[in-house]
Design a protein around this ligand. Sequence first.
Ligand code: DQA
Length: 146
Amino acid sequence: QRVLVLNGPNLGRLGRRQPEIYGTTTHDQLAELCAQWGTELGLAVETRQTNHEGVMLDWLNEAADDATPVVLNAAAWTHYSWAIFDACAQLVGPLVEVHISDPKQRPEEFRHTSVVTPYAAAVIAGQGIDGYRQALGAIAGLLPAD
Ligand code: DQA
């Protein structure tokens, strides 16, 4: 079973971006970890990152067409993008929302809302990079047994 891990803006700089908040694992390392965690769960995981909202929308539309399960860290778009909201609404396969930090515990008011949560089967936040492992586990648990 194929699964997409989709990461939004500024997550390409993981490991260098505010490591006190987001840790020291790079995006390449995260992609490698997700592939390994997927293998343990019997999932073929592909991890992608973009800073371009239209590209993310194309990926979500592709996932909707193919009923591909999605682990989504929409980063800052989480908090204001109605286009991401609409794209998530169309998804057919399970959607799990992940955040490395816990946006609800952070001081900026704008982080306290999410356009993804209404369509997410699970939200994993504040678990660091391990949150992606937990999200993939949640996806595996949501898939019909075959
Ligand atoms: C984030 C939290 C968001 O508030 C922020 O805009 C990000 C990353 C996280 O993974 O903790 O870019 O989604």
